[in-house]
Design a protein around this ligand. Structure first.
Ligand SMILES: [Zn+2]
Length: 1086
């Protein structure tokens, strides 16, 4: 219903005066309701401007204010605000003043989605958008005159509001009333310091130099014009709707149906892999899944095709659509058919989840046509294969042909196969690394803006000449460890930012004191500051194959909160007193100031621990090296002290770990591994030591905060796996003669340790990966949201766990820091604590974004793999790699390529019924690489070949699920593919203009022997791959620039081709690949 304005709860009512306000609300399905509301007029409605000299009260909490340092304030009228709101959302458009009149208009006529967006912008202090409660302001309100239309009345109110502002602020800033011109505002003679502009004039005058603004304005205008033209054409032609799609039921019937149990309500998902014919609904409040399937022969297929994001009528969509299923599904669900999931159909949509879509357009068939400047409607093809094409109106169709760009959906008319949308912004040319990287961030919902000047202004001012220094007053409030403790950090080579440090020493009573010191991020990031709000939204730093996007501004993550050696830093510390066998005697928590003595890398710590002589080690320790020439006695003492500390630390950590492992802690790939930016392949002893200390700190912080805030602490839980998920793991292990017991985490850990094939290290690795896949994900949660018996962390075998040790790159740790400090009596931190419900909502967001960040990281890695292999000639022996079977499916096998960390699928049967005959097995990878490349159609008995359907060949999966049998013909030669079998596959890249490149794995040969040494065949694994591709891309980018410069000089076609071909081999190949792709598309085979 018409809610009171957001900021209307000012406490004091001054001279009040009653008036009546008529509100017209448009409900779902076009019904209108008229309400009459009494309003109390006041004279003290705040103006929310920093320019105010009349002592307005500061706006209520959570309401933005208008900055003083702007060129103007802009007040959009009702229609302009509704039609062009996206314009006013842009960070470039500042000082937006929205009246309550316009907000009510949006609520009534703009739909719920738009209304929610407007409200969330008004609440976001990062945006300088203010709401003016003009209808409560006595000087701005007037009753509707007889004969005056609702729109005219609203226009008049907005006009009064604009004039009031100009006068109230003593004409200190121009007020611009923006109108879309549909309603003539009754313009008085005296404009009272207000400029009235059309949206087009406003954009041209104030933002003409900002492409972001002009582009979206043009796009919105074209889209509105197209919608208008379509509706008038329909009106004049009287064209009947095609009626392809059955109407959804009314909201009332849906509600009643759900209540009576006739319909089921749930969240709809479409897998990226299973294509466009199947969707799954997970029902709210239960694990039961319903399947929605559209058969290929179904005449209604188009209508039933699952459409993510845009669901209407019969369509269904994944991820957060609340689908409502009809009677058929209910019946089949009741049948509870074994094996087959119940089916259903969507009868209504409770909530849509439209987002930004990355799109491209198929290149025009007639070659390059030039834009005539006229707007035309084109179909944009979303990057996400699950999303239908989106119809957009644009005047730049030809310019968009080779681009990726962002599109938003506006509506999906009942009679249309495609939803209507509009162009938002360009991302760049298809195929470029930058474009593709931005695309995958947007597709994973992770697009981030740069930190704004306002956000950066909250941080201390630091320059190179004036580095940041600790404040003596602040130091006095903290425990000072700078003299008393030897603090040091150990990180992977190349790691620049240090967020955790350690200290360890033997106490006089024979006990050991261990300290973990974490950067005190919350000292700099105050609760509800702009940086805090930004970090709360981002939740995590994002690590892609070649770059990262920080959660916090670089000044914090790369300086003030980086615990470098030889500088003073604020920290939050946990310090234990431990008995020699690591029983905890006491724990101290608190704020400290530290000065790390050494910033060590793993490898150096290992060398020190291994007893390397001082003479050879010290030159590699920058903090000690200067002493070599100056003071050898001091050096000897310092080095001995460091070696003692490192050795003590290793001893302590190993004991702590052994204790935890004895309780059933698991060492699994992917469970709580710290994703640091540097080399991901770390298996050093020191690495495990640091990780163990961090786990220890996280555990003890969890204990502390739960004790103080049992219902509003942020913890991390890892639910025990469902036993049935282990079945395939157990079967796989059996295939190799191993036994896995998964009754408890301890049994699982022990049996995984014993599954080792000395001849094939991949066996254990794959089994651990399978075990990880069988696990549930670890999740953040608020302790008030779950019963105590669900708090535990299964993988780490700890009853309580949280994240405390990386506040630079995870927001959860920031929440935990505040919670810990509050528990220690810090009143500021206590004020910032989130109540249970809010905390739980934030935990859900963090879980979602962590998952998205991981998926984006994988997608980025895959993109690099594609760029790497795309650059190699088809016959390059590097394309031939050894792969291990890690999964058996119905007509394909899942394989893992250890050399590049690639996971993929190898097809053994095609949808046309043909089956792959792999031929006789080969001896090893080298012999396959040495063999001449097979011709397209391999001669009999040499290399794999496809046997067409009908010649007796078949594929069948073993009943146990552990192997796949291929019978290759009448003579029934059988080829068996089992788990852990080694194969040789050829890696190639399947190009797609619309959806980006993808790796393709094709079987080249089966291997007889298990070639354990396959990983050494030249090249250097993942990190090397990323570096190579990155370097090539940069070089190419440079050449593109150079090329452009040259071309501007000489407009000659032949020259251009020559220039492009003079680049690197990589460049040449890339161009060839693109030309090939273009040709393929031309002949319609994409
Ligand atoms: Zn004021």
């Amino acid at each position: 219903m018409a809610s009171a304005s957001l900021c209307a709860d000012a406490p004091v009512l001054m001279a009040t005066q009653r008036a009546n306000k008529h509100i017209l609300l448009r409900l779902d399905r076009g019904r209108r309701v008229r309400l009459v509301r009494e309003v109390y007029l006041r004279s003290d409605v705040p103006c929310c401007s920093e320019l105010c000299r009349r002592g307005c009260q500061a706006p209520a909490d959570g309401c933005a204010s208008l900055p003083a340092a702007l060129t103007h304030y802009v007040l959009p009228d009702c229609a302009a605000a509704r039609a062009y709101w996206e314009l006013f959302e842009l960070p470039e458009v500042e000082g937006v003043l929205l009246t309550l009149t316009s907000l009510h208009h949006i609520q009534g006529a703009g739909g719920r989605r738009l209304y929610n967006r407007v409200k969330s912008q008004l609440r976001d202090p990062r945006q300088s958008t203010a709401l003016f409660d003009n209808e409560f302001q006595a000087e701005c309100w007037r009753d509707r005159r007889p004969g005056e239309s609702e729109d005219q009345h609203a226009a008049g109110l907005n006009w009064s509001a604009a004039r009031w502002y100009a006068q109230h602020l003593d004409y200190a800033i121009p007020i611009v009333l923006v109108t879309d011109g549909t309603v003539e505002p009754c313009q008085p003679e005296d404009k009272g310091g207000v400029d009235v502009l059309s949206v087009a004039d406003y954009v041209a005058r104030f933002h003409g130099d900002k492409p972001q603004v002009t582009q979206i304005f043009e796009s919105l205008r074209a889209s509105l014009a197209a919608a208008e033209a379509a509706s008038s054409a329909e009106g004049s032609a009287g064209e009947s709707t095609r009626g392809d799609y059955p109407e959804h039921l009314s909201a009332e019937s849906l509600k009643a149906g759900v209540k009576s149990g006739q319909f089921l309500q749930g969240c709809l998902h479409v897998s990226r892999k299973s294509g466009q014919d199947t969707a799954v609904v997970s029902l709210s409040g239960g694990a039961q899944m319903l399947e929605l399937k559209a058969s290929r022969r179904d005449p209604d297929r188009r209508a039933a095709r699952p459409e993510p994001g845009g669901a209407r009528r019969h369509r269904v969509r994944p991820a957060a659509a609340q689908g409502l299923l009809g009677p058929a599904s209910r019946r089949r669900a009741a049948d509870g058919g074994l094996g087959r999931r119940p089916h259903g159909r969507v009868v209504g949509i409770a909530q849509r989840n439209w987002r930004d879509y990355v799109c491209s357009v198929e290149p025009a068939a007639d070659g390059s046509s030039k834009d005539s400047g006229a707007s035309k409607r084109i179909l944009a093809v979303p990057w996400d294969r699950r999303v239908p094409k989106i119809r957009i109106a644009t005047s730049q169709a030809a310019a968009l042909a080779s681009q990726r760009f962002v599109v938003r959906i506006d509506a999906w008319p009942a009679d249309s196969q495609y939803p209507n949308g509009h162009f938002v912004r360009p991302l760049g040319a298809v195929g470029h690394l930058e474009t593709e990287t931005q695309a995958l961030l947007i597709e994973h919902g992770l697009a981030v803006r740069e930190f704004s000047a306002k956000q950066l202004a909250e941080l201390p001012a630091v320059t190179e000449d004036q580095p940041w220094q600790v404040d003596p007053q602040e130091v006095a409030k903290r425990r000072d460890l700078r003299q008393s403790h030897l603090v040091f950090s150990i990180d992977p080579v190349g790691c620049v930012d240090v967020d955790d440090t350690l200290s360890v020493r033997r106490l006089d009573n024979g006990n050991i004191e261990l300290g973990v010191h974490i950067a005190d991020v919350t000292h700099f990031v105050k609760a509800n500051s702009l940086c805090d709000i930004e970090a709360r939204q981002r939740c995590t730093s994002i690590y892609l194959a070649d770059r990262r996007y920080d959660m916090l501004p670089l000044l914090l993550s790369g300086n003030l909160c980086s615990l470098w050696s030889q500088v003073d830093r604020y920290a939050v510390s946990v310090i234990w007193e431990l008995t020699p066998d690591t029983e905890v005697v006491s724990v101290w928590y608190g704020r400290t100031v530290i000065r790390s003595a050494y910033k060590l890398f793993y490898e150096m710590a290992q060398r020190i621990h291994d007893g390397e002589a001082m003479e050879t080690a010290v030159p590699d320790i920058p903090e000690l090296a200067p002493l070599l020439k100056r003071d050898r006695d001091l050096l000897r003492r310092r080095f001995a002290q460091l070696r003692e500390a490192v050795s003590l630390l290793v001893g302590v950590a190993n004991t702590i770990k052994a204790r935890r492992m004895a309780c059933g802690g698991l060492e699994l790939e992917g469970v709580e591994v710290q994703a640091k930016f540097a080399d991901p392949e770390r298996t050093q002893l020191e690495d495990l030591v640091i990780a163990e200390c961090m786990i220890f700190a996280n555990h003890w912080v969890a204990r502390k905060i739960v004790a103080y805030y049992p219902s509003q602490s942020c913890l991390r839980r890892h639910p025990p796996p469902r036993q049935e998920f282990f079945d395939s793991l157990i079967r796989c292990a059996q295939a190799r003669g191993f036994t896995i017991k998964a009754d408890s985490n301890r049994q699982l850990a022990e049996s995984l340790d014993s599954c080792v094939d000395p001849a094939d290290p991949e066996v254990n690795r794959i089994l651990r990966t399978l075990a990880t896949q069988a696990m549930s994900n670890a999740l953040y949660f608020s302790t008030g949201a779950l019963p105590r018996d669900q708090f535990a962390h299964y993988g780490l075998a700890l009853d309580l766990y949280t994240h405390f040790t990386s506040p630079i790159r995870r927001y959860a740790d920031i929440l935990v820091h505040r919670c810990l400090l509050a528990a220690l009596g810090d009143s500021e931190a206590e004020d910032a604590l989130l109540p249970n419900q809010e905390l739980e909502a934030q935990c859900c967001l963090m879980n979602e974004r962590h998952r998205a960040a991981q998926h984006a990281q994988m997608a980025s890695m895959q993109l690099f793999q594609c760029l790497f292999f795309r650059a190699r000639p088809p016959t390059d022996p590097l394309r031939l790699v050894e792969a291990v079977v890690c999964q058996v499916r119905d007509s394909s096998i899942g394989v893992f390529v250890p050399r590049y960390g690639i996971k993929g699928s190898v097809r053994l049967a095609r949808s046309d019924g043909s089956v792959l005959d792999a031929g006789p097995p080969a001896r090893d990878l080298r012999s396959v690489q040495a063999a001449p490349p097979p011709a397209e159609a391999a001669p009999d008995g040499c290399g794999p070949r496809w046997i067409p359907a009908g010649s007796g060949a078949s594929v069948s999966r073993d009943p146990s699920g552990g192997s796949l049998r291929v019978s290759t013909g009448p003579e029934q030669k059988q080829q068996v593919y089992s788990l852990f079998d080694h194969l040789v596959v050829r890696v190639s890249v399947a190009e797609s203009h619309s959806h980006g490149p993808a790796l393709q794995l094709d079987l080249v040969a089966r291997l007889v022997s298990k070639d354990a040494g396959a990983a050494d065949a030249g090249g250097g694994g993942k990190a090397d791959l990323v570096r190579q591709v990155r370097e090539r891309e940069e070089q190419q980018e440079e050449e593109r620039r150079w090329d452009l410069k040259r071309r501007q000089g000489e407009e000659e076609g032949g020259q251009q081709h020559l220039l492009q071909s003079t680049g690197t081999l990589y460049h040449f190949l890339l161009d060839t690949a693109r030309r090939d792709a273009k040709r393929r598309r031309g002949s319609g085979q994409d």
